[in-house]
Write a protein that binds this ligand. Structure first.
Ligand SMILES: [Ca+2]
Ligand SMILES: [Ca+2]
Ligand SMILES: [Ca+2]
Length: 137
């Protein structure tokens, strides 16, 4: 599968993406940049659905053995990918609602999104270009 082949080179992006899943509650330059990258259709705004799609894509990259759960067993046995995986996995822990050390797809999708929630000032589940710009301040 393609995602396995390109997994290692793309891991830095995955880690950054994990932060932008907007588990991060602070608007760092990095988390904002990644949030913008969730704008899949390039219209300048990030919808809730676009953010969920990004979560799924990060989840699928981390679930290397395709068993529907991200857990320590998905970690590469050795090599630089291992520490990067651990870094990404650690930043996902906030999504582990039942604290069993494994992240299911539904835990991933239902994890809080404070950055998105804070930025979406009119509450329409879309971060408009204006709301995104306001987050930078
Ligand atoms: Ca968009
Ligand atoms: Ca897995
Ligand atoms: Ca769990």
């Amino acid at each position: 599968m393609i995602k396995k082949i390109e997994w290692q080179p793309s891991l830095c992006a995955v880690i950054a993406g994990v932060m932008a899943l907007a588990f991060a509650d602070t608007a760092s330059a990095q988390s904002l940049e990644q949030l913008r990258e969730a704008d899949a259709n390039g219209d300048g705004s990030v919808t809730w659905q676009e953010m969920m799609d990004m979560r799924v894509s990060v989840f699928e990259r981390l679930d290397r053995n395709d068993n529907g759960v991200v857990e320590s067993g998905d970690s590469p046995a050795f090599g630089p990918g291992r520490s990067r995986f651990e870094q990404a996995f650690n930043s996902l822990r906030v999504a582990d609602a039942n604290r069993d050390g494994r992240i299911t797809r539904s835990e991933m999708l239902s994890a809080p999104a404070p950055l998105f929630a804070n930025g979406d000032t009119d509450g329409n589940r879309v971060l408009s270009a204006r709301e995104l710009a306001a987050l930078r301040r």
